[in-house]
Design a protein around this ligand. Sequence first.
Ligand SMILES: NC(=O)c1ccc[n+]([C@@H]2O[C@H](COP(=O)([O-])OP(=O)(O)OC[C@H]3O[C@@H](n4cnc5c(N)ncnc54)[C@H](OP(=O)(O)O)[C@@H]3O)[C@@H](O)[C@H]2O)c1
Length: 279
Amino acid sequence: MTYNHHSTVAVLGSGKIGLAFVKQILQKTSYRVYATGRRSETLKAAESLGALALRDNNLAVRESGIVVIAVKPFHFPQLLSEVEPESWKGKIVVSLMAGVKLDTLRAAIPGARVFRAMPNLNSYVGFSSTAVAENGYDDTSRTVEEFLKIFGKVYWVPEEYLDIWTGLAGSGPAFIAEIIDAMAMGAVAAGMPRELSYEAVLDVLEGTARLLRSRLYQHPGQLRDDVTTPAGTTIKGLMVLESGGVKAVLMKMVEEASRRSREIGEEINLKILEKIRQR
Ligand SMILES: NC(=O)c1ccc[n+]([C@@H]2O[C@H](COP(=O)([O-])OP(=O)(O)OC[C@H]3O[C@@H](n4cnc5c(N)ncnc54)[C@H](OP(=O)(O)O)[C@@H]3O)[C@@H](O)[C@H]2O)c1
């Protein structure tokens, strides 16, 4: 996609993920960016990244070709009431809201081409793993794919996977951060300084991801076995891991996060549809 100076993106909701998007768009493209928020603190943060920060969601939508919805799902009904239905017409709308279904989005925003995506906070450094619900493959979806690639990798998936994706990749950076912290603390407990321990874990994480992506390994279990010398250090550590039931705990962690995403979706979709009926 060629980015021209006349292209404008609106990011509605300049919170954690909204600002990550604003930062990458402004760093990598020549899009103009309208970024909205309610508090002056939010607007200042967006402005300091180079966005045109404003409270007027209607103006931001009207002036833009691509509109990113980055407010919390329960703030969406309020946002809807602030934008005139006419303003959405002909726009490409990319919703990042957890749980809000495509059908609900289409009913809420008629006249726009709506996409539902789930990125993660790694967008901030351009390493998001973003899933987008399959929605026909045409010029518009290709534009959306190119747009989302600004923030990292893009996967088209059936919409039914999006809640699972939210529990795996959306929440994933938090889960991985906890695991990294725990391993670094283990090294501190064994007597190594925190900073050095932390750097080492980050290196191991990055390197292991690369190694697993190389052609050498078909499955993580193979790598584990290669590192595990009989009666060596690794098997002793693995025994502790197994006795703590850590693998089952991590599996349940993702399953439970996915379940909660579905549950939020069920609650919020009803509320949004109710709001639309009142219009
Ligand atoms: N955080 C993540 O890792 C992540 C990953 C994937 C998807 N998401 C999705 O992205 C959305 C935002 O998440 P977040 O973590 O970035 O939340 P957040 O930090 O709370 O940001 C939400 C932002 O929306 C703004 N906002 C609320 N109502 C508004 C309105 N009517 N007009 C304009 N701005 C409004 C808030 O601004 P004020 O503070 O000024 O009120 C706030 O800055 C959620 O739907 C979430 O499901 C988040």
